[in-house]
Design a protein around this ligand. Structure first.
Ligand code: ATP
Length: 896
């Protein structure tokens, strides 16, 4: 095969193409930057450059088919039945795929004229944000397509989850774009090309990751956007969506434009846009989100995240709703309380909770099934999911009705969900369900064309066709017996796709059939190595009858399916509301379950600037500590924005491994959980709503990354200092540590002062610079807090207990010992430390700096001798404290 295949020529590529290839060129011209999956029988074929790219990406064979312009056409193909897996691989590799389907059967094409080729058309362009197939989606995670737009200084991020039809819109200022994108974590982002020139937008896109799809600026213009949006929703005015800003209309319009091209005119069943602004949801920037491991652990997986720790939902839609709530904590205490009320109710009503959870187990994913149906990709199985889901809604309604007692009226969050589920309040849904209940029968196939899903008695003409088909089958069995008896030959009647029904015998037994008189009845059709095949006039007639009846049955079923599909679309809003209601109940009951398991309590969220946590825990670290057979030490934390009650800025010190990071993160997570409307792993929590949450944790510990880490750290710190308000909560870990000079302390000091004086936010500031402890006396609302450890027979025991006051020592030497640094190095370090302490007037806190390096990058990387040499090279005799400090930082840099 010629690997150096011709590229598609520039001008009139289709010139001289065969009729089929002309169809390909037409499809390619409509989607030039997508790989075209060109349906040919049981395969999707790819041609020319598409074939070269796909064969490389998929690791499949590149071959050739026919010729074009005197050269072989490079080609590769994937079988239709396995196309989903290949599609997934190509999308993950960053390709777009345009699917060009056969729009009729070869028989239909033939009917139009003997030379006609099968009609083909583009039915869809598959991109990361528009996936809807079950096999390509994470059932418990969302897959969103987002669009951003900026108009007159205001920005908006719109997002649709095509697999459920949920539409959202966040109106923000340009600096808030990164946080808004992070809150929606889209897998594809549409961006008007002009915006790439905007530095802030580019930075936000970079932080968001995901697949970015530039679109022409013209598509984002307001008038065009508005028109497209109206078309998408089939409405004459957008007034029903509230007062949309120019940026919102244009972001939503970009989504409409993209759906028009990718869905080839199929209208998805979309919800009205759910809108929120910066006044509604907590701002959490991408760095904070990942460092707190809210929805995903730093490894990228769900395991080890806050979400995984608290998720006890039963259904996939419930899991998705919980993830969305954690991603977007609220600011309104009343809305938060409404969610908490529902959890409290389910804690109190254990029996109902358990019964509800049992029912939810057989609840399918109605939202995704409905969306597939609306987009023309659904099948009988999706109708089955709607039938079963609505059936469950009925049972849930009955469950709550059975316990109706004026004293145990559920709170509004639950009551509203029950109203959406109650079939008595939605006659159209009840009728729809009754229709499916009677209409769907047997094992439901994924695709309507497979047939067999319409129950008996629904369509008399279908029953007739089926009876004819099945009767004829019985007649065939009778015919087989009769032919065998009459001819005296052992024969069987079989069927295949090419011959239809035929009589088959062994070669030997066939002889009498081919001689008079039997050859008058048996008409020879095919001779194989060991078998000979015949037909008879009677058999051929029966065959035609069966085929016709079968085709007719399938056609009636297809027609019935289409009618049901349309009926589903007519009640789409009711189904979506019921699906969401079930998800809400699932989330509330699941959180109640977790609260009981984890001993979590109901937080008090108000409009103060208080932060009072009592005996709080980190849900993820706690689970890990428990798995190791140890106990997690709960800790209190008190910060107060107003200061009267004490400090709003806590300087947190303590040795390495004492639990500083855990303490910082657990308090930030309390805020996320409380404002997402969840119970919290604490004995008690009172929190004044946090408008923005910032976390700078972790990366600074990575000495091996040196300067670039420092830069990243400074960029993030700068963002905090410019954006944090008196309502914000900030956790900062080891600021300034990434630099190899004394500057680090100066930077940390200045940051702490700015947080206290300018931002006036609640903050936890963990540091190894014990000098910062002196801020307590100098600034009004600063307090020291430390995580305790004690020495026991030369070993270090971590108590993980937070208490007032600074740490006395930081025990770096002991930590190094624990980490397996060779004894010689540890003892040398101890000497150096003692001398340093003597020389520099006992600044005991200097000790851990070189040792930290040894801990962070153990001997495996440097070898013990390097560490030892580095320590030997450091002769502190005669150094001033400042020089000693600098020398230690240099050493640290050397080791890094
Ligand atoms: N409250 C606690 N109760 C029990 N174990 C804890 C607690 N907090 C932390 N730990 C344990 O101590 C380990 C170290 O905690 P953490 O990373 O928070 O320490 P650190 O002080 O930030 O350390 P470093 O300064 O080295 O970054 C954790 O992985 C966990 O196993």
């Amino acid at each position: 095969m010629n690997a150096q295949a011709p590229t598609i020529p520039e001008r009139d590529p289709a010139a001289g193409a065969s009729p089929v290839m002309a169809q390909f060129f037409e499809a390619k011209a409509r989607q030039p930057d997508a790989l075209v999956f060109f349906r040919m029988g049981d395969f999707y074929e790819l041609f020319f450059e598409d074939a070269q790219k796909a064969s490389a990406a998929l690791g499949i064979t590149l071959t050739a088919r026919g010729e074009h312009g005197g050269q072989p056409i490079p080609m590769c193909g994937v079988p239709v039945h396995a196309a989903e897996a290949y599609l997934a691989k190509l999308i993950r590799a960053g390709f777009k795929v345009a699917v060009c389907e056969q729009m009729e059967s070869p028989a239909e094409a033939k009917k139009r004229g003997s030379k006609s080729v099968v009609r083909r058309d583009l039915v869809r362009v598959v991109t990361p944000g528009t996936l809807t197939e079950e096999g390509l989606l994470d059932a418990r995670g969302a897959n969103r397509l987002a669009a951003i737009s900026v108009r007159a200084g205001a920005a908006a991020v719109a997002a649709v989850e095509l697999s459920t039809g949920e539409v959202e819109c966040l109106a923000v200022q340009v600096p808030g774009l990164a946080s808004a994108l992070a809150a929606l974590s889209p897998s594809e982002i549409l961006v008007p090309d002009r915006l790439f020139a905007d530095e802030a937008v580019s930075a936000a896109l970079k932080a968001a990751g995901g697949f970015v799809q530039p679109l022409p600026q013209a598509l984002a213009e307001p008038a065009a956007s508005e028109a497209r949006l109206k078309r998408l929703y089939g409405v004459d005015t957008l007034d029903g969506f509230g007062q949309l800003s120019g940026a919102e209309v244009s972001a939503l319009g970009l989504i409409a434009a993209h759906l028009e091209t990718t869905q080839a005119g199929k209208a998805p069943a979309l919800s009205a846009p759910r809108r929120a602004g910066e006044a509604d949801v907590m701002v959490i920037d991408p760095a904070t989100r990942s460092s707190l491991e809210i929805e995903k652990a730093t490894s990228g997986s769900r395991d080890g995240s806050l979400l995984a720790a608290i998720d006890r939902t039963i259904t996939a839609p419930g899991a998705r709703l919980l993830a969305a709530r954690l991603a977007r904590p609220l600011l309104d205490p009343a809305a938060i309380d409404a969610r908490l009320d529902a959890i409290a109710w389910f804690i109190e009503h254990r029996a109902q909770r358990q019964r509800l959870r049992e029912l939810l187990r057989s609840m399918g994913d109605m939202a995704r099934a409905l969306s597939r149906l609306a987009l023309g990709r659904g099948g009988p199985r999706d109708l089955g999911a709607l039938r079963d889901g609505l059936g469950m809604a009925e049972q849930i309604t009955a469950l709550f009705a059975s316990m109706r007692d004026p004293l145990v009226q559920p709170p509004e969050e639950i009551a509203a969900a029950l109203r959406a589920l109650n079939p008595a309040l939605h006659a159209d849904l009840a009728d729809f369900r009754a229709m499916l209940k009677d209409g769907l029968g047997g094992e439901l196939p994924a695709l309507a064309r497979d047939g067999g899903f319409v129950a008996e008695g629904v369509r008399p003409e279908l029953d007739q066709a089926r009876a004819l088909r099945d009767d004829s089958r019985r007649v065939i069995l009778g015919l087989e017996a009769r032919l065998a008896a009459d001819s005296g030959v052992a024969l069987k009647i079989r069927h295949n796709a090419v011959l239809g029904y035929f009589v088959e015998t062994t070669a030997k037994a066939a002889e009498p059939l081919m001689a008079p008189p039997l050859n008058a009845t048996f008409i020879h059709r095919q001779t194989l190595a060991n078998q000979v095949r015949f037909t008879t006039v009677e058999l051929a007639e029966l065959d035609a009858k069966i085929a016709q009846a079968g085709e007719r049955a399938l056609a009636i079923e297809a027609e019935t399916f289409e009618a049901w599909r349309e009926a589903a679309i007519r009640v789409a809003h009711g189904i979506q509301a019921a699906a969401e209601a079930a998800a809400r109940l699932d989330v509330a009951a699941g959180l109640a379950e977790w609260a009981e398991d984890a001993g979590a309590s109901r937080p008090t969220v108000d409009r103060s600037t208080a932060f009072e946590a009592e005996a709080a825990r980190h849900p993820v670290v706690e689970a890990a500590v428990k798995r190791a057979g140890e106990a997690f030490t709960p800790n209190d934390c008190r910060l107060d924005g107003v200061g009267a009650a004490g400090a709003r800025l806590s300087i947190v010190t303590g040795p390495n491994m004492a639990g500083k990071s855990t303490f910082l993160r657990q308090n930030a997570l309390l805020a996320v959980l409380a404002q997402a409307g969840c119970y919290v792993p604490a004995k008690r929590l009172r929190i004044g709503v946090v408008d923005k949450l910032f976390s700078r944790v972790g990366a600074g510990d990575d000495l091996a990354r040196g300067r670039s880490t420092f830069m990243a750290e400074m960029v993030e710190t700068a963002a905090i200092l410019t954006q944090a308000t008196p309502r914000s909560l900030v956790i900062l870990d080891e600021i300034g540590r990434g630099t190899a000079t004394y500057d680090g302390l100066a930077i940390a000091w200045a940051c702490a002062e700015a947080l206290h004086e300018v931002n006036r936010c609640r903050a936890l500031f963990a540091t190894h610079y014990h000098e910062l402890a002196t801020l307590e006396g100098r600034l009004a609302y600063v307090a020291n807090l430390s995580l305790r450890a004690k020495e026991w027979n030369g070993d270090l025991i971590f108590l993980h207990e937070a208490g007032p006051g600074p740490a006395d020592r930081s025990y770096g030497v002991q930590v190094a010992k624990l980490a397996g640094v060779p004894p010689a190095v540890v003892s040398r370090a101890r000497d150096v430390l003692e001398r340093l302490e003597r020389e520099a007037g006992a600044p005991a806190h200097l000790e851990d700096l070189p040792l930290f390096a040894a801990v962070a990058e153990p001997e495996a990387k440097y070898g013990p001798s390097v560490v030892e040499e580095a320590l030997k090279a450091l002769d502190p005799d005669g150094m001033s404290p400042r020089e000693a400090m600098d020398a230690l930082y240099k050493l640290k840099g050397l080791l890094a």
